[in-house]
Design a protein around this ligand. Structure first.
Ligand SMILES: Nc1ncnc2c1ncn2[C@@H]1O[C@H](COP(=O)(O)OP(=O)(O)OP(=O)(O)O)[C@@H](O)[C@H]1O
Ligand SMILES: [Mg+2]
Length: 302
């Protein structure tokens, strides 16, 4: 008996030693699902370029061997499938009704990005039944391990759906343009997300500028206001110049970064994609995508 106990202790020690030798990263990978980065692309004012940025950023990240899912969380008209010339058969409403699985609903876009199309008249998440919420969690859960990064194209403003999708995103990217109302509306959005929903990390893309200097200037203006009135620092992610090629690509229903990879707007977005993909993301305890949805759903009850 004693011998057995000693043998057992030796065996335990041997296993402990083995565990010590496993690199931390490997342990992490096998212990729980891979971290999925969840970034929302949002704005206070509509029409600032969110959908174009989401589609093209997704494409550029996919070019860097990342597996990208774009969630179209805006029930508006100029949706991501429209600008990319995709005709989805199914959308989020089919998933919510339990008629289709997420995999059956996903459509493929440029560079192999996957898109979960929006339902027109997407219901407010607060209005979903418990059964629908669970369906949604289960559905998105099936994508664990299949994607590295989810980009959410939200609607504009401070409606409850915009809030919930931003709330659940770990990284919020606010898009502004030099238009004064775009800045005041962005400020209002950030203020609500910060004060009411305790979000603290905001990053900014300034779109449709004439120059790098203008981008920085617009960023500084908003950052000064949030610093001063909210005691909150916003990070600058970059700028995108006003470029007729963006509209040209929209007319052809193609991603501008794919159609005109050397055009000024694509060059600007390339720098932003580079920045995003080179970052090491803070590891979260619960990194899988279902926690994103559980978060949405639990907070959605409040
Ligand atoms: N850098 C740019 N240069 C020129 N035009 C641009 C640029 N970015 C976006 N646009 C144009 O601005 C318009 C609005 O873009 P988009 O639909 O992406 O905005 P949005 O923020 O998603 O709008 P909404 O709030 O309605 O969802 C489109 O016609 C698009 O082609
Ligand atoms: Mg849009």
């Amino acid at each position: 008996m004693k011998v057995d106990q000693a043998a057992m202790l030796r065996e335990i020690k041997r296993k402990e030693d083995l565990v010590q030798k496993i690199p931390k990263r490997a342990m992490h990978d096998s212990a729980r699902p891979r971290e999925v980065r969840v970034l929302s692309i949002t704005s206070g004012k509509g029409g600032v370029g969110k959908t174009n940025i989401a589609a093209n950023l997704a494409y550029l990240l996919a070019r860097r061997h990342k597996k990208i899912l774009v969630l179209d969380a805006d029930a508006g008209l100029a949706n991501i499938d429209v600008i990319l010339g995709i005709n989805p058969r199914y959308n989020l409403s089919h998933v919510l009704n339990g008629e289709k699985t997420v995999t059956e609903t996903l459509v493929e876009g440029p560079g192999g990005i996957r898109i979960l199309p929006s339902a027109s008249g997407l219901p407010e998440l607060t209005d979903l039944s418990r059964g629908q919420k669970l369906t949604l969690i289960d559905a998105l859960n099936t994508l664990n391990g299949e994607i590295d990064c989810m980009l959410i194209d939200t609607g504009a403003g401070i409606s409850s759906n915009v809030m919930y999708f931003n709330m659940a995103a770990k990284e919020i990217i606010v898009v502004v343009t030099p238009e004064p109302t775009s800045l005041t509306d962005a400020y209002a959005l950030i203020k609500v997300l910060y004060q009411r929903y305790a979000k603290k990390r905001f990053r900014m893309i300034v779109n449709m500028v004439k120059s790098a200097a203008e981008g920085k200037e617009i960023y500084s203006r908003l950052a000064r206001a949030t610093d001063h009135f909210l005691n909150l620092t916003i990070e600058y992610l970059g700028y995108i110049v006003l470029d007729e090629k963006v509209n040209g690509a929209v007319r052809q229903q193609k991603a501008f970064a794919e159609l005109y990879p050397k055009c000024p707007s694509a060059v600007c977005l390339e720098k932003i994609a580079e920045k995003i993909s080179s970052e090491t993301v803070e590891e979260h305890e619960n990194g899988s995508i279902n926690f994103f949805w559980e978060d949405i759903i639990n907070k959605g009850r409040a």
